[in-house]
Design a protein around this ligand. Structure first.
Ligand code: SF4
Ligand code: SF4
Length: 174
């Protein structure tokens, strides 16, 4: 019966020990350099937020009080995800005006955007003559189902977004 016993000299033993210690110190030095010496690359969202660029394209919002039902946005949309219906305003009924003074001759009966299909190209907002359709800077609208990403802008729930996201800068913490 034979046994294979590897033998090392005292010199080799101390050399391996030295290599082990120095490589550990080197590795920890690099780690600590990043822990203390570099600016953090992550933020503590949602308490801390990045400031979005001025032209960021986030959740679409149509302020239906300023929409003249012209259909321009739906025509411009490359993925056909804007669904609009309207009827002529009944004769004799007072014609309301948008904030920029444009008469609202049609009555908007449906304004839906399927944001699950939207590619956030911004074409619809670019062509909107009254600027009622805008990209807000609200990006917190994850949903559990695709169906929940279809927004009806005439529904009270979506109209209620207005004070929160239209014409307001979000609050950022430094
Ligand atoms: S951003 Fe582009 S894809 Fe989305 S609704 Fe507007 S035009 Fe359509
Ligand atoms: S382009 Fe603007 S005004 Fe015209 S239907 Fe679309 S949202 Fe309304």
């Amino acid at each position: 019966m034979s046994t294979n016993v590897e033998t090392v000299s005292v010199k080799e033993y101390f050399h391996s020990l030295y290599e082990g210690v120095t490589s550990t110190v080197k590795g920890m030095w690099i780690t600590f350099k990043y822990v203390w010496g570099h600016k953090a690359v992550s933020i503590e969202y949602p308490e801390v937020r990045e400031v979005l660029p001025a032209n960021a394209r986030m959740r679409l919002f149509n302020d239906v009080d300023n929409c003249i039902s012209c259909n321009m946005c739906a025509i411009a949309c490359p993925v056909d995800c804007i669904y609009i219906s309207s009827v002529p305003r009944p004769a004799g009924q007072e014609v309301p005006k948008t904030d920029d003074g444009t008469p609202m001759r049609q009555v908007l009966t449906q304004y839906v955007i399927d944001t699950a299909l939207c590619c956030y190209c911004g074409l619809c907002t670019t062509v909107c003559p009254t600027e009622s359709l805008t990209h807000s800077n609200d990006y917190e609208f994850a949903q559990y189902t695709l169906g929940d990403m279809k927004y009806d802008y005439l529904s009270p729930e979506v109209i209620a977004w207005k004070p929160r996201i239209v014409g307001k800068e979000p609050v950022y913490r430094k």
